[in-house]
Design a protein around this ligand. Sequence first.
Ligand SMILES: Cc1cc2nc3c(=O)[nH]c(=O)nc-3n(C[C@H](O)[C@H](O)[C@H](O)COP(=O)(O)OP(=O)(O)OC[C@H]3O[C@@H](n4cnc5c(N)ncnc54)[C@H](O)[C@@H]3O)c2cc1C
Length: 167
Amino acid sequence: MAVFFIGGESNVKDYYDVVVIGGGPGGMSAALYAGRAGLSCLIVEGSSTGGQMNETDIIENYPGFEEIEGPVLGEKMRRHAEKFGAQFHTATVVDVDFSGQVKKVILDDGKVISSEVVIISTGASHKKLNVPGEEEFSGRGVSTVQPVMATSSKGRKSLSSAVGIPL
Ligand SMILES: Cc1cc2nc3c(=O)[nH]c(=O)nc-3n(C[C@H](O)[C@H](O)[C@H](O)COP(=O)(O)OP(=O)(O)OC[C@H]3O[C@@H](n4cnc5c(N)ncnc54)[C@H](O)[C@@H]3O)c2cc1C
């Protein structure tokens, strides 16, 4: 009887040399290096490949790419890591057990992955001001990234705010 796996994710194993939590550029860089070193590596990527790059229209400060869409760069990084053997799994880590030599990473789909090396690369999320228009104009004048603001608001009046920076 033939068995088909949809999404290529059912072949996630119980043990990897390295488990990376987070599928942003940080996590994918770590996975690329693990793969090149000949280590088996699983990236638990959260909801999608690319992390914050998925929220970005155009990236214009990544060396080698004068201008590239965030999700496109994310896909390129994914393929690069996969080329060296990294395996991706779309799931969220809900718990970990780091008490023993072999660590356990518990996923929201019920899987438990073991590894002696766990790299946490879960990035960050921006604090919001919760002011009128913030959501509505996000990416269209409202940005959480200062250099992006500087470029897009050139020649126009703009307002900057720093939220959550410790004094
Ligand atoms: C709108 C916007 C525009 C930007 N523009 C630029 C730009 O032009 N140039 C630039 O250099 N930078 C830009 N940045 C910043 C850049 O995207 C981030 O610095 C970069 O993505 C951080 O990478 P990271 O891998 O550390 O984390 P992230 O990209 O935040 O990735 C973290 C990953 O971890 C996953 N994760 C979190 N918790 C869990 C969990 N419990 N289980 C599994 N996975 C989990 C998340 O789903 C995500 O995939 C921008 C950011 C935003 C939001």
